[in-house]
Write a protein that binds this ligand. Sequence first.
Ligand code: ATP
Ligand code: MG
Length: 362
Amino acid sequence: MKGLRPKTQLKLAVPEQETPVSNFLTASGTFRDGDLLLNQRGLTLITDESVDPRSNSDLVKQEDCNEPEVQFSPEDLETVKVIGKGSSGVVQLVRHKWTKVFFALKGIQMNIQETVRQQIVQELKINQTAQCPHIVVCYHSYYNNGVISLVLEYMDRGSLADVLKQAQTILEPYLAVLCKQVLSGLVYLHRERHVIHRDIKPSNLLVNHKGEVKITDFGVSAALANSMAQRDTFVGTCYYMSPERITSKSYDYKSDIWSLGLVILECAIGRFPYIPSEKDEGWHNFYELLETIVEQPPPSAPTDQFSPEFCSFISSCLKKDPQDRMSSTELLNHPFIRKFEGQDIDLGILLDALDPPVNSPS
Ligand code: ATP
Ligand code: MG
């Protein structure tokens, strides 16, 4: 069968953290080290009296802190190196000078009006309250010198796009484990936050050495799209866009499910599922791709290469009519996701087998 098998003998170059985040970082994205409390609202100096004795020692509610906040200011972050480039700007690996903890600093550079920028920052601040282990934590956002900056949880194995570049394909058991985590993140966004991500794609699914998979850029594309709506400007890529979204029909959470189906199928077969008519030419003509997505039957997993459960999962995601598409909650209970539960499949081992990503600190 096609796919990558972990070569466990390879040594993983895990970035050395002088202060391991996991020692004091909670799933909610709050960490405490001595008198320092860092969460989505910024960095705070706390005293014993400011800590609610009922709360866990490592998880302190911000409302319980009476001390003035010390802002998570750009001066507290030292740049290590650039780790990625997107259409809106660069992502840098940075280290907090006091705590020595690594973060990813994403800069969004846009030539837009000051008021619109402020609107975006405001929306991002609201989104920073996300509390789900499968959503990349955004600790802080600020606007400075024409750049919107986001201080993000650093994911040391990069994106699924980076993984695919090396691994080419991912075997079904690992895909099930990966997909379950993404679906948990989507259930949180759809059911609890009532938001559509709008930009599910391999580069927005990040992984770390613990085998955790997290969705990033939550809120970013929504904020940009909202702000851009009046300007009639297209934001993002349409490769993973659902047929209803491409045709400017009303769309909902199911739009993210279409994107997920394409991403998972791509991971399984090792290429973007739609094939351009001119072989090896790629999708240079966007309109041709759009037409194909809208006009042609949806892509499917080859039944002779993949399990019936996997084929059914992909087809449940890639229904052209969103009404026929399964929801994130339904998919979490799909036989494909259930199939490998209890088998102790460690995605971290698969990631260990790959070369360290370009974005590791060393
Ligand atoms: P686009 O801008 O077209 O949406 P993109 O998603 O690749 O593309 P960015 O979101 O700017 O663009 O991210 C660029 C790259 O930076 C990602 O592909 C990923 O490799 C890396 N990256 C982004 N966020 C993090 C993070 N929190 N931790 C580690 N690496 C990250
Ligand atoms: Mg991104």
